[in-house]
Design a protein around this ligand. Structure first.
Ligand SMILES: [Zn+2]
Ligand SMILES: [Zn+2]
Length: 379
C-alpha cells in the first residue's frame, strides 16, 4: 500500500506547513521542467504530488489516516479518487505554486530564460576610431526603446484597477497537456491562449499605454569601452534595455563595436602593421625615419645596409589586449622609395653611382643577408 507520509518524507501527524514545505522541496527536485523528460522523475513527481494533494486536504487526510487508500476510494465525498496522471499532477503544482512569483521563488529566484514578459534585447552599434581603440573611451549612447508606463506603473491597468491573474493558466502563462502516444506519455507546452503567455489579464487597460504597460522613450546610458576592442566584438549590459510588458524585467543592451579603418595600419588583434618609405642613401648609410603610431609619430633608427622590405618590430607600440594585460607590437616594414622626378644634378650623381656598381654583386652578400631577405619577404 502506498504510504503518502514516507513518499513526502514527513512524520505521520506532520502539520500542514511542513507537508507543504516537504512537497516544495521534492517538487523542486522532481519537476519535469528540471529533469528534461526523465521518466523516473515524472513518476516521482506524480507520486509526490498525489501524496501532497491528499495530505494537504484535511478531509482526505482524515480518511486516509483512518482507512488508508481504501478510505479515499470508498464514499466520504472523495469517491473520485484515482492515481494522478502527469497533467493532473502539473495542474496541482500550478494551482498551489503557480504564477511567476511562485515558480521563480521556487526555482531559486532565477528567471526562466524565455519569460515572455522580459523586455526584448536592444542592439546598438558604436563607431570607433583606431585612436579610441588604443586608449579606450567613455561613450554616452542615446537609446530609443520602451520604458515602463508612468501612468499605470507598468502593469497596464488603468489607475485604480488591477490586472487579474489569468484563470486559464493560473498565471503561469503556459498550458500543458499530457498526451499519450504509442511510445508513452509526453507533455506538450504552449503559450496560454487567453493571456498570450503573460499570466495576467487586464480588464480596464491603461489609457496612456493601452494596456501594454510600456511607452516609447529615449534613454541615455554611459558605456565604458575598454581599450583594444575590434569590429564585431560586443559587450552586453544586463537589464538596461526595453522594459518588459506589464512589469516584466528589462532586457539587455548589446553594444556592438565598429572600428573605422585607419589607412596607415593593418591590424591583427593587438598587433599593428605599417609601411614606411626610405631613400636609397638612408637604406645604405642608415639613419632615422618617421614612423606613424596610433596617436602620434616616433622616429625609428635604421642601421646601415638596411634591405628594402626589412621589418622592424617595435614592442609595445601596438594596441592593448582587450580583457588581458599587455600590449601588442607595431611592425614597421621599410621600403625603398623610388623618386619619379629627378633633377639633372641627381641624375648625374646616379649615373656616377651606376658606373661604380653596374650590377648586383651576389658574391658580396654580407653575413645575415639571407635572414634579412627572408624576413623582408615575410617568410
Ligand atoms: Zn500605462
Ligand atoms: Zn493565461
Amino acid at each position: 500500500m502506498t504510504d503518502y507520509y514516507s513518499i513526502l518524507e514527513v512524520q505521520r501527524g506532520a502539520p500542514d506547513d511542513e507537508v507543504k514545505k516537504a512537497y516544495r522541496r521534492l517538487a523542486m527536485k522532481w519537476h519535469p521542467d528540471r529533469n528534461s523528460g526523465s521518466k523516473e522523475a515524472e513518476e516521482k513527481f506524480k507520486d509526490i504530488t498525489e501524496a501532497y494533494d491528499v495530505l494537504r486536504d484535511p478531509q482526505k487526510r482524515a480518511m486516509y489516516d483512518r482507512y488508508g487508500e481504501a478510505g479515499l476510494r470508498g464514499g466520504g465525498g472523495a469517491s473520485d479518487f484515482h492515481h494522478f496522471d502527469l497533467s493532473e499532477a502539473l495542474g496541482v503544482f500550478m494551482r498551489d505554486f503557480g504564477g511567476f512569483g511562485g515558480i521563480d521563488e521556487m526555482f531559486g529566484g532565477a528567471r526562466h530564460g524565455g519569460s515572455v514578459r522580459t523586455g526584448a534585447d536592444v542592439k546598438v552599434t558604436v563607431q570607433l576610431s583606431l585612436g579610441e581603440v588604443a586608449t579606450g573611451v567613455d561613450r554616452t549612447l542615446l537609446l530609443k526603446l520602451l520604458d515602463a508606463c508612468d501612468r499605470c506603473e507598468g502593469n497596464g491597468a488603468e489607475p485604480g484597477t488591477q490586472p487579474q491573474t489569468c484563470t486559464t493558466c493560473a498565471g503561469v502563462g503556459e498550458v500543458r497537456r499530457a498526451q499519450r502516444s504509442f511510445f508513452g506519455q509526453f507533455v506538450s507546452v504552449a503559450p496560454c491562449p487567453t493571456c498570450k503567455g503573460e499570466g495576467q489579464v487586464v480588464a480596464s487597460p491603461c489609457r496612456k499605454c493601452r494596456g501594454e504597460g510600456r511607452v516609447r522613450a529615449e534613454r541615455t546610458i554611459e558605456v565604458k569601452i575598454p581599450a583594444g576592442v575590434a569590429s564585431g566584438q560586443y559587450m552586453t549590459l544586463r537589464g538596461v534595455g526595453n522594459a518588459g510588458s506589464r512589469g516584466g524585467a528589462l532586457g539587455d543592451v548589446h553594444v556592438v563595436f565598429e572600428v573605422a579603418d585607419d589607412p596607415r595600419f593593418e591590424r591583427d588583434g593587438e598587433d599593428l602593421y605599417t609601411e614606411v618609405l626610405a631613400t636609397y642613401p638612408q637604406l645604405v648609410l642608415g639613419g632615422t625615419i618617421e614612423v606613424p603610431t596610433v596617436d602620434a609619430t616616433m622616429t625609428l633608427e635604421i642601421p646601415p645596409a638596411t634591405q628594402s622590405g626589412q621589418v622592424f618590430h617595435l614592442r609595445g607600440r601596438g594596441l592593448a589586449r582587450v580583457n588581458a594585460s599587455g600590449t601588442g607590437d607595431l611592425h614597421v616594414r621599410v621600403q625603398l622609395w623610388t623618386p619619379e622626378d629627378v633633377s639633372s644634378e641627381e641624375h648625374a650623381v646616379l649615373q656616377q653611382l651606376h658606373a661604380l656598381r653596374p650590377r648586383v654583386e651576389l658574391s658580396s652578400r654580407g653575413k645575415g643577408f639571407w635572414s634579412r631577405m627572408k624576413e623582408a619577404l615575410g617568410a
